[in-house]
Design a protein around this ligand. Structure first.
Ligand code: DC
Length: 210
């Protein structure tokens, strides 16, 4: 069973992916972390984030054991990831790894921007998680404030808006719902309600597939 979860930044897709994976006993891969780690490694080698050959080298030599680096969760790491994610050679170098993970038995949940469209076009279930920009920014702002980050809500909103715009408008694997994705709008849902809604959608899809 392959479950693809895509959506914009701070839509709650990562939390949802983990909850679904735990619920069904599946493996879970946050593919955003791959791009975040590639950007980190490119910068650590003193190379430019826009340098496609440098990005591809970093992607090819990526150490999966370094994905639990807490620094990768920072807003600046997300921003840098979005820049390297535009580069076709970087995306290509990360494809096999993601597809191998997606084939894990008894199942795998992958979350990102292009899982349902490019990485796993044959996924059994595709969910595209959305939420209004203001709601997403508010959630991210609260999270950062709890961590002691002195950002303002206006700054968080603008950073998310620009990142979504970059992810949506790039030529290679832009963020968009697959034609057969189920849209899940979490604007008015907390994580419990979003999780219940997603499990309901998955169970109905499974029942229909027999
Ligand atoms: O999901 P995230 O915020 O950790 O992702 C960080 C960036 O990585 C995101 O802005 C775009 C890129 N990304 C991507 O292009 N494709 C994916 N499947 C996952 C992330």
């Amino acid at each position: 069973m392959m479950i693809a979860i895509d959506g914009p930044a701070a839509s709650g897709k990562g939390t949802l992916a983990k909850r679904i994976a735990d619920h069904f006993g599946f493996a879970c891969l946050d593919t955003g972390l791959l791009y975040r780690a590639v950007a980190r490694d490119v910068a650590a080698r003193g190379e430019a984030l826009e340098d496609e050959a440098a990005g591809a080298r970093a992607a090819e030599t990526l150490e999966l054991a370094t994905l639990d680096d807490p620094e990768l969760r920072s807003p600046s790491a997300g921003e840098a990831a979005s820049v390297v994610a535009k580069l076709p050679a970087v995306r290509k170098a990360l494809l096999d790894l993601q597809r191998t993970f997606a084939a894990r038995e008894p199942g795998a949940v992958l979350d990102g921007r292009d899982i349902g469209t490019v990485v796993c076009p044959d996924a059994d279930i595709k969910i595209f998680v959305t939420a209004d920009l203001g709601v997403r920014a508010g959630r991210r702002y609260e999270e950062l404030r709890r961590r002691g980050d002195p950002v303002t809500l206006a700054e968080v909103t603008e950073v998310l808006r620009l990142r979504d715009e970059r992810d949506r408008s790039r030529a290679e694997a832009p963020m968009r719902p697959a034609d057969d994705a189920i849209l899940l709008d979490t604007t008015d849902l907390d994580i419990e309600a979003a999780f219940d809604a997603a499990v309901g959608l998955i169970m109905r899809r499974i029942a229909r597939q027999g």
